[in-house]
Design a protein around this ligand. Structure first.
Ligand SMILES: [Zn+2]
Length: 113
């Protein structure tokens, strides 16, 4: 019996940007482990603040390690990653208010307080 190496058939691979692509919340691999996420928040506090506090990009509220959330400039639903050039600090309220919006609607919402 000959076993052939290669990709196992698991159904068609969805095309990038197709309607079957997941929107919004990404899987755990994309967000990383809890250590990854803690390091990412610590980096945001240093990059956008003084290391202990950083302002929300949208409402300006000062955030600490406990209240900061990571906002992706290009959202996950549009293929945005957690690379350092695509993240900024946001409070939980601003992050969730802009979370379900895409494209121009999201950018407009992000500019209004
Ligand atoms: Zn905010």
């Amino acid at each position: 019996m000959v076993r052939r190496a290669g990709r196992r058939a698991r159904g068609p691979v969805p095309a990038r940007g197709s309607v079957t692509a997941k929107r919004g919340t990404s899987n755990r691999n994309a967000r990383g482990s809890s250590t990854d996420r803690r390091r990412r928040r610590a980096w945001l506090l240093v990059r956008f603040g003084d290391g202990r506090k950083a302002p929300c990009y949208r409402c300006g509220r000062l955030l600490t390690e406990r209240t900061i959330t990571v906002d992706r400039v290009t959202p996950g639903a549009e293929g945005g990653t957690y690379r350092r050039d695509n993240i900024r600090p946001a409070c939980g309220r601003c992050n969730s208010e802009t979370g379900g919006q895409l494209g121009a609607a999201r950018r407009t919402l992000a500019l209004t307080c």
